[in-house]
Design a protein around this ligand. Structure first.
Ligand code: CP
Length: 312
């Protein structure tokens, strides 16, 4: 069936069938990734460029490794060291990359909607690697893939997402994706950090972390985005941790054996203590591996769409 669009801008734009196709393709990619030989030729003769206006370790490196494992030429551009620092516009930068016969541009930008703006203006496929406070689709895909691997299905799962809901593009993509696949999502965070309209996205906004986590199959902590706090949305880190961290006692309220997820990077002792980060229920390290498999799947399916478009 394949993906309908040349771009991956958000889970909002994908159907449940397309999301499942990515998750099923990621299963195959995980087999390749964990085999003795990670090299494939799916992207041979193709080029992938990462264009990051914000910091990243996991997303950027996993896309770069994914594209290299699949045989493409790959390159990175960040704000420092590029002509962005000389004042070149986002559009001119993207068009410059596009005119070098680039097939896929993976971009992260602080402005919500930046990838949506570029997608119709370049020939390359645009992949959203995080735009402002809007979406981080491949993070949610790898979160869902991790649960899909563990449970064999997403439908019917209860997932709790707790923390800095206000700044989190991860929560938006997860609520959209998980509910499209039939999961129930409960969220909790300080009242000042619950964005307007989140309750209209199909999740339940709870009054406390305990209420959200109760009987959950999976609990996801969100990073407190201290770098984005224009004004203080909670009194102190100590108080945040006291009321909103996923402590050992809070995690016990979930179903026995419930999985603990976190997109990373983690503020240890703020959104969760290190003992929870490292506990047997934690799949945080598996999420990192799954991030490569999911991004291999995304690159594979987008390239298949491009090849089909070229042949028609
Ligand atoms: N989860 C995530 O997006 O991490 P990075 O910022 O390190 O890419």
């Amino acid at each position: 069936m394949g993906l309908k669009s040349k771009d991956l801008l958000g889970l909002k734009q994908l159907s449940a069938e397309e999301i499942m196709e990515i998750l099923d393709t990621a299963k195959m990619m995980k087999m390749v990734l964990t085999s003795g030989n990670k090299k494939t030729s799916h992207l041979q003769g193709k080029s992938v460029v990462t264009l990051f206006y914000e910091n990243s370790t996991r997303t950027r490196l996993s896309f770069e490794l994914a594209s290299k494992y699949m045989g493409s030429a790959s390159a990175n551009i960040t704000t420092s060291g590029s002509s962005v620092n000389k004042g070149e516009s986002l559009l001119d930068t993207a068009r410059t990359i596009d005119m070098m016969a680039t097939d896929i541009i993976i971009m992260r930008h602080s402005q919500s909607g930046a990838p949506h703006y570029l997608a119709p203006r370049v020939k390359a496929s645009i992949v959203n690697a995080g735009d402002g406070m809007n979406e981080h689709p491949t993070q949610a895909l790898l979160d869902m893939f991790t649960l899909y691997e563990k449970y064999g299905h997403i439908d019917g799962l209860k997932v709790a997402i707790c923390g800095d809901l206000y700044h989190s593009r991860v929560v938006r993509s997860n609520v959209i994706g998980l509910t499209k696949l039939g999961a129930t999502v409960s969220v909790a965070g300080p009242r000042t950090m619950v964005p307007v309209g989140l309750d209209k996205m199909g999740c339940t906004v709870c009054r406390s972390v305990s209420e959200a986590v109760k009987d959950a199959d999976a609990v996801m902590g969100l990073r407190v985005q201290l770098e984005r706090q224009q004004k203080s949305l909670f009194p102190s880190v100590a108080e945040y941790s006291r009321f909103y961290s996923i402590s050992e006692d809070v995690l016990k309220l979930a179903k026995p054996g419930a999985y603990l997820l976190h997109p990373g990077p983690c503020n240890h002792g703020v959104e969760l203590p290190t003992c929870v980060y490292d506990c047997d229920q934690s799949v945080i390290n598996e999420q990192v591996t799954n991030g490569v498999a999911v991004r291999m799947a995304v690159l594979y399916l987008l390239m298949a769409r491009r090849n089909q478009n070229e042949n028609n």
